[in-house]
Write a protein that binds this ligand. Structure first.
Ligand SMILES: Cc1ncc(COP(=O)(O)O)c(C=O)c1O
Ligand SMILES: N[C@@H](CCOP(=O)(O)O)C(=O)O
Length: 394
């Protein structure tokens, strides 16, 4: 196993603390596919550490992550006239988002490397997850967040798990820049998704989808912020393909919020990627203007024959309500971007109704209750009498 630059191909040993190549390119963990266990995809006892032979760590700091439900969305399937529709509900992870998959591997790697401090920049979920896994490992966590811009539930998580929470006067992209400088200067292990070991944990979403479904879906649709997850899931599918476990690959469809959509814009305008200065959307988790993993994500979409799309905040809120009211699935706004994207692309005819779709619902709805209170009507109180109640329901 080595770390390999996705731009120039230069290789580095796995036990070196390094996030980028000398050339500046992102690194990727190259797994020895001759040594993986290809016989484990049997639909049973699904959880992240089932795939240990496919993961690049020996230590294990775990909160029993993964094994999240893959729901068939029969109501929405019929509403939208789609052949097969599923949601892989990552909100069911220990801290309520897919980041736990990355952190169980990332924090385990930190211990293997002898690091006793970890750091990240975050729009909320990464900080909650890092804080929890650092607590479990007994090491110190520092999290930098854009001041006043992260959902309340996520902030509460980072605080209660005991991280040192540092709000900054700036956005996520500013916070990440400071984190990269700090980790280098002070020798603190950085666990944003630029860290290739983080993404190794997240690639298990692909393994689980195949394990649970018993086949490869035609399409995987997910929200894109810093663009690590789409890259990780694609890597997971490609590894299964290269190891001979599967013989087809899904299309990867990345959805951004309109106000923070540098990848979707570049894709649609068929031009080079350009970061955005002032990203804005109600989906705070994906309020990111300069996705650090854009090169990997672009390749994932290009190689898979997929696409990037963007959706408005109104479309996101409508999709959030639909997932909850039609399927009993309460997800945070960023997660609902996946359904909003599916609806938009079906309506425009860019994708077919006669295919299977897996939506990745990335984070739990209770992380951001204020969005619901602000955007949907909270009923007025009534007198505590039968008459008053009958009047209301009639
Ligand atoms: C809930 C949620 N959904 C989606 C994303 C986007 O994931 P990525 O940054 O890997 O593109 C994030 C974080 O960025 C998130 O917290
Ligand atoms: N939504 C993320 C943004 C940071 O992305 P990361 O994958 O690089 O950690 C968050 O929850 O902070």
């Amino acid at each position: 196993m080595v770390l390999k630059c996705v731009v120039c191909g230069r290789e580095y040993p796995e036990d070196e603390v390094r996030y980028r190549c000398e050339c500046g390119g992102l690194l990727e963990v190259v797994i020895d596919l001759d040594k993986v266990d290809t016989s484990i995809f049997n639909g049973k006892e699904i959880k992240l550490w089932k795939y240990e032979s496919w993961l690049p760590v020996k230590k294990r700091v775990s909160l029993e992550e993964g094994g999240t439900p893959l729901y068939r969305l029969l109501n929405l399937e019929s509403d939208l006239g789609v052949k097969e529709l599923y949601a892989k509900n990552e909100g069911a992870n220990p801290t309520g988002s897919f980041k736990d998959r990355g952190m169980t591997v990332g924090v385990s790697k930190a211990l293997e490397l002898g690091m006793d401090k970890v750091i990240c920049a975050s729009t909320g979920n990464t900080s909650a997850s890092l804080a929890a896994y650092a607590a479990k490992a007994g090491i110190k966590a520092y999290v930098l967040i854009p001041s006043g811009k992260i959902a309340l539930g996520k902030l509460a998580q980072a605080i209660i798990y005991g991280a040192r929470v540092v709000p900054i006067k700036g956005n996520f992209d500013d916070a990440l820049r400071v984190v990269v400088e700090t980790s280098k200067e002070l020798g603190i292990y950085m666990l944003n998704s630029i860290n290739p070991f983080r993404l190794e944990g997240q690639k298990t979403i692909a393994y689980e989808i195949y394990d649970q479904l018993g086949k490869v879906p035609d399409n995987v649709i997910l929200p894109v912020g810093n663009a690590g997850n789409i890259s990780a899931i694609w890597k997971g599918f490609k590894e299964m393909y290269e190891a001979g476990v599967i013989d087809e690959l899904p299309r990867m469809i990345g959805i951004q919020a309109e106000g923070a959509s540098p990848l979707a814009k570049a894709w649609k305008e068929k031009r080079k990627f350009q970061p955005e200065e002032s990203p804005e959307t109600i989906a705070s988790a994906i309020r990111i203007g300069n996705p650090a993993n854009w090169i990997k994500a672009w390749r994932a979409v290009e190689e898979s024959g997929g696409l990037f799309e963007s959706v408005s905040d109104e479309e996101i809120l409508r999709a959030q309500k639909l997932l909850a009211s039609r399927e009993g699935l309460f997800v945070e706004p960023a997660s609902a971007a996946s359904l909003a994207g599916l609806i938009k692309l079906l309506e425009s005819g860019e994708i077919s109704r006669n295919e299977s779709y897996v939506l990745i619902t990335t984070g739990h709805g209770l992380k951001d209750p204020n969005i619901v209170i602000k955007n949907f009507q909270v009923p007025e109180p009534i007198d505590p009498t039968l008459e008053a109640f009958k009047e209301v329901i009639e």
